[in-house]
Design a protein around this ligand. Sequence first.
Ligand code: HPA
Length: 238
Amino acid sequence: MTTPHNSAKPGDYADAVLLPGDPLRAKWIAETFLTDAKLVNGVRNCLGYTGSWDGKRVSVQATGMGQPSLSIYVHELINVFGTKRLLRVGTCGGLNASVKVRDLILAQAASTDSTIVKDGFGAFNFAPIADFGLLRSAADKAEARGLSAHVGNMLSSDIFYHIEPGMAGYGNLPSHGVIGVEMESAALYTLAARFSVKALTICTMTDCLVTGEALSAADRQSSLKDMVALALDVATQS
Ligand code: HPA
């Protein structure tokens, strides 16, 4: 069944799907890492592909930026296309000086300033968390291959350009152990919990908001390669 956002047919997606925000990054992942990658979705140019990695079937689907956009693709991947494991691969800003540019953040949990997680919880504050098996696998594999990875709390913000520049927009979150900021994971983890599937976010820290350090374009590409190879191993071996 196709949807307004996805023209794939039943069975077109693998059980495991990598989720970059950027459609061109989805294309790059399919062309650089997957064998026999086939385009399965092109609606709105939000590209999705299925191929294989190390002999195992795996898909990659762009989500666009932000929690509303990601939620549409993820809801449909789970409920229409039967996806069981979702691994977001993205970039994030750094909120703690001990996380260096190029380091990975494995988002153990995702805090948010968004109302998107509140939907349906009434008086409760739901805590969106990663699947422990995927998280453990990613942490073990990152350590085994010598990648610098930090396991911690990520902020999924609806705001990229805060009125207050730099760290001022992040309040008391850094002093409560929130180490990175991106724009998608809290919604991803909430949907995974709602529909009993597994999810994990792995991000490369590209811009440190504490020190102002930023990754160069060349370093960005090589770091992303390490992250995507790690995510593909976690997605297909967990
Ligand atoms: N904020 C939100 N998302 C991001 C950032 C940021 O500073 N850097 C990379 N993704």
